[in-house]
Design a protein around this ligand. Structure first.
Ligand code: HEC
Length: 213
């Protein structure tokens, strides 16, 4: 049993190490903008299909952002930031999951500095987060990334902070009030999602489209 576990452990270690480090290429100019795909894009997926999923990804990300944002503002207005933290704690993931179900695509919000450990970005997503940080720093328009490795289509787009976010993701005791901080520490003892400023990459939308979707 011990050896079996060891073997499984080794398998995961090696599979992690061997997983490709995606890097980006712009495949085509579409309506004046670049379509960014992973470098291993083999051309098996047509540009039209990529364009279709880019639009669909943008739509789903915007819809989910709209729903979460509206409920968040409502919760802050009704209960203040402390109550809104509890609202996010209970509802953010179920809301995202229900929108996923409705659209038949897996929609996630992941981060390199997660508050909820369930929202931790994987190795590949971390690379894309770095790409988006560079895109944002360059001052150029931020474009979605499409990843076609593994026979599926994955869509990625950054989630950028604004002033409103800082009351829960800003500097503790400055933008995050002491009472809010206490609730955050209780609910998220391993919270990494603090100390942000405005216009930073807080995380990304990661939307997975299954084949034939
Ligand atoms: C009222 C407090 C509050 C505000 C304001 C707030 N957040 Fe959060 N945020 C949270 C909480 C709590 C979680 C963890 C939710 C969970 O447990 O699923 C979270 C999670 C996230 C996540 C998922 C990744 C992670 O760290 O777990 C992202 C991305 C995120 N927030 C972005 C934002 C952005 C962008 C804004 C501003 C537009 C914002 N948040 C405003 C409280 C807040």
């Amino acid at each position: 049993m011990k050896y079996l576990l060891l073997l499984i452990g080794l398998f995961f270690l090696t599979s992690c190490k061997d997983s490709p480090k995606p890097s980006l290429q712009a495949v085509e100019k579409t309506s004046g903008t670049e379509l960014l795909v992973d470098q291993s894009h083999s051309g098996k997926v047509s540009i039209d299909t990529l364009e279709k999923y880019k639009k669909l990804g943008q739509k789903y990300a915007a819809t989910t952002k709209g729903v979460l944002g509206k409920k968040l503002v409502q919760a802050i207005t009704e209960k203040g930031p402390d109550g809104a933290v509890e609202f996010c704690n209970i509802n953010a993931l179920p809301l995202t999951d229900s929108i996923s179900l409705a659209h038949g695509a897996k929609i996630r919000r992941v981060s390199d500095k997660p508050r909820n450990p369930l929202n931790k970005a994987n190795e590949k997503e971390l690379v894309f987060i770095t790409d988006f940080k560079k895109m944002l720093a360059s001052g150029k328009a931020v474009e979605p990334i499409l990843d076609t490795t593994g026979g599926q289509i994955d869509f990625y787009y950054p989630i950028i902070t604004n002033a409103m976010c800082l009351q829960c993701h800003g500097v503790p005791e400055e933008q995050i009030a002491t009472s809010t901080l206490a609730i955050l520490n209780k609910l998220y003892p391993k919270d990494m999602a603090q100390d942000y400023q405005v216009n930073e990459v807080r995380g990304i939308w990661a939307i997975n489209f299954k084949e034939n979707n």
